[in-house]
Design a binder for this molecule. Structure first.
Ligand code: PLP
Length: 518
């Protein structure tokens, strides 16, 4: 006990009973019993709900849920934890989408590991902000240690650095910011007369493949580049960037007086789970003196894979890398990082504020992560990965990711030998893109039947799958990130899809026969 006692002991009694009640909710030395009790109630609710969820979704519609939520008067508190948890059940938990369910097969959402959930609870309670040392202390050094560890797994070398971010979108944005500033520096430095910045910006181009993530286009827009700043090169039959087209695109830019500020290779395309040929792309970028960014938001799980790390060969030659631990490391949202080969480039994200991180702090060697980030106040998301590695270890995470990659290969074989279906590219990661082909159906009916099957499946709530377009046609997509999903789950879902699609194709054909249009 401190000599002056706990805040509770010294606090004067409140004249206002409302204030006393409010103060009782603050997490402090005087409220630890309430903290234990309230959190335990929440933990029990969520545990019960997860144990109960026998489908990934209830099929609820926005129209059904909207009045319930709009009807909650946020100015009139329920006052009671259990009443608020009851209400939370009605407005959210009852109909939530459960990523832990083996038949959730839709987007890049993973079931989460318990050590990371522990981390989430602890980091929120401590509420460290990893912007400056004086708000985070050990958390800053732990984040730095995890960045070093990740950079080591990638093979970026001893000058590498990086920072945790809110997600792949932010990591890609920051990578493009750094690449833009480096490109501007080179252009301005090499010019006889200093060109105006808007003129330089107008000449900058980013090259990615048609299967690259849309956050690259968004980043270009946010960074003040032109609408035509992102050039997309085609992919081969395996949905990987065509390196011959990359080389000719770089040459064409040169001839046109444009400046390629970055090539963005994708290590795990969102749509197909395919990995661009990193060594060839790195060769081209080295020869052209162009910044190589590898977007490994999805494929980063391979960094800890006991059997498939080689699929990322060439990533060690990148200038910057995006990793999303919240995709293939089984971490809760948010957990992502940007890594760079030369830590000095992070200075493009630095701004010294007198109140926060003055130059004096740098001179004193005080470790401030805000100097490397485009955020200021920032969650200690690294704490989740820390506990995951310290409790489970990297091999265990890699084994889980390997399991879903194996499952995708099995699912692909199943689909490839089933005459009811057609598969797109063979997966390298855990995504399978396919469509149902009803017998004797024309292209527009095939499209509609697959769209219907996806919607009907979601409405039933029995399973969730995603969709995408392949060369203009509608396809369905399984994104497999749940190591508990079995090939029998997938076979059962495929049967449901085929039934829904076949029903649609049949009733549509019958309707056309009985009531001809026009
Ligand atoms: C998901 C994804 C992103 C975006 O990441 P967020 O964490 O959703 O912001 C970027 N690139 C690729 C390849 C992705 O799959």
């Amino acid at each position: 006990m401190s000599p002056i006692g706990s805040p509770r002991d010294t606090a004067p009694a409140d004249a206002d009973p409302g204030l006393s009640a409010a103060r009782a909710h603050l997490f402090n030395a005087g409220s630890v019993e309430r903290f234990r009790d309230v959190l335990a109630r929440g933990v029990n609710r969520i545990a019960d709900r997860v144990a109960d969820a026998d489908q990934p979704f209830t099929g609820v519609t926005p129209d059904a849920l909207a009045p319930l939520i709009a009807g909650v008067d946020l100015d009139r508190p329920l006052g009671d934890t259990d009443a608020a948890l009851d209400e939370l059940h009605d407005v959210w938990l009852r109909d939530a989408v459960w990523f832990h369910h083996p038949r959730y097969l839709a987007h890049l959402n993973c079931p989460v590991v318990i050590p990371a959930l522990l981390g989430e609870a602890v980091l929120s309670a401590v509420n460290s902000s990893v912007d400056t040392w004086d708000q985070s202390v050990g958390a800053t050094l732990m984040e730095r240690h995890l960045i070093e560890w990740t950079a080591g797994r990638i093979g970026l070398g001893t000058t590498a650095d990086g920072v945790f971010t809110s997600g792949g979108t932010q990591s890609n944005l920051q990578a493009m910011l750094l690449a833009r500033e480096e490109a501007c520096r080179r252009v301005v430095g090499g010019a006889a007369t200093r060109p105006a910045r808007p003129q330089v910006l107008a000449r900058l181009r980013i090259i990615t493949s048609v299967a690259g993530h849309f956050s690259v286009q968004k980043a270009a827009k946010l960074l003040g580049l032109g609408a035509d700043a992102v050039l997309t090169v085609p992919t081969d039959a395996g949905r990987r960037m065509r390196t011959d087209d990359l080389a000719t695109t770089i040459d064409r830019c040169r001839r046109d007086g444009l400046v390629v500020m970055a090539v963005v290779a994708t290590a795990g395309t969102t749509d197909f789970g395919t990995i661009d040929p990193l060594p060839e792309i790195a060769d081209i970028c080295t020869a052209a003196g162009v910044w190589l960014h590898v977007d490994a938001a999805y494929g980063c799980g391979l960094l800890v894979s006991p059997t498939r790390r080689h699929l990322l060969d060439g990533i060690e030659r990148a200038d910057s890398v995006t990793v999303d631990y919240h995709k293939s490391f089984f971490q809760p949202v948010s957990s992502s990082a940007l890594l760079v080969r030369d830590g000095r480039v992070l200075r493009h994200a630095t701004w010294h504020a007198d109140y926060l991180n003055p130059v004096r702090a740098v001179e004193q060697g005080i470790p401030n992560q805000v100097d490397k980030s485009i955020q200021t106040t920032r969650r200690f998301d690294a704490g989740k990965l820390w506990l995951t590695l310290r409790i489970m270890g990297p091999d265990a995470i890699g084994a889980l990711f390997d399991r879903v990659v194996d499952l995708a290969a099995e699912a692909w074989r199943l689909l490839d030998t089933d005459p009811r279906f057609e598969v797109a590219a063979r997966p390298q990661l855990s995504t399978v893109v396919f469509r149902h082909v009803p017998p004797d159906a024309g292209p527009s009916l095939v499209d509609d039947a697959n769209l219907h099957a996806r919607d009907a499946l979601a409405t039933s709530g029995a399973a969730l799958v995603a969709g995408t377009k392949v060369d203009g046609a509608h396809y369905l997509k399984l994104t497999l990130l749940n190591p508990e999903t079995t090939i029998d789950d997938i076979a059962a879902v495929l049967n449901l899809i085929a039934d829904h699609a076949a029903w649609y194709a049949q009733t549509t054909a019958t309707a056309e026969l009985t009531c001809p249009v026009g």
